[in-house]
Design a protein around this ligand. Structure first.
Ligand code: NI
Length: 177
């Protein structure tokens, strides 16, 4: 098990577009994926993108299983998305609280599409197309943003809906996400 250091907001590695994975037989790819899963679980994240471990590669891991940081969320099986592309966004949107392991202790209220369709490759290089909803769609939008060098504060409509989770009245009273 390898838990890597998480790169925090302000680091230039989080502000650039990641490079696509081109060789699925590259042994370092599987090691990097395994390390990302270990790191996400260790820090109780629901998702992690490669730039967050300082790696410029289009790799995302996600999993929701009784997560203490998101106690109301439905569980989502461990998934690995390589070179993901969001191909359709619902016009229907949902506002919800987001956090990010690269901004520890902070939360922001972000409006995202309520459902999305995406194409990606799985960890063995097979293509996958899927439509996901709600929190699952939110996680993938957040993680694909990371691959494009975008952090959730750039998506905030109102900076008053951004702050420390132990100090935001609206966050502490929320019942959903
Ligand atoms: Ni994040």
């Amino acid at each position: 098990m390898t838990v890597l250091k998480i790169v925090k907001m302000g680091d230039p590695a989080l502000a650039v577009k990641s490079l696509p994975v081109t060789d699925f037989n590259d042994e370092t790819l599987q090691t990097q994926i395994a390390d990302m899963i270990d790191t996400m679980r260790h820090y109780q994240g629901v998702g992690l993108a490669a730039p967050q471990i300082g790696l410029s590669r289009q790799i995302v891991v996600l999993e929701v299983a009784q997560n203490a940081r998101y106690p109301q969320a439905d569980s989502i099986e461990l998934d690995v998305l390589i070179n993901p592309r969001i191909i359709d966004y619902s016009t229907q949107t949902e506002a919800g609280w987001e956090g990010c392991l690269s901004l520890p202790g902070l939360r922001g209220h972000v409006t995202r599409s309520g459902s999305i369709s995406y194409q990606a490759f799985n960890r063995t290089g097979e293509p996958v197309t899927q439509t996901v909803y709600g929190f699952h769609a939110r996680i993938i939008q957040h993680e694909v943003d990371h691959l494009n060098g975008v952090l959730y504060p750039q998506r905030l409509a109102n900076l008053q809906d951004f702050g420390f989770e132990d100090s935001l009245p609206a966050f502490s009273k929320q019942t959903l996400l």
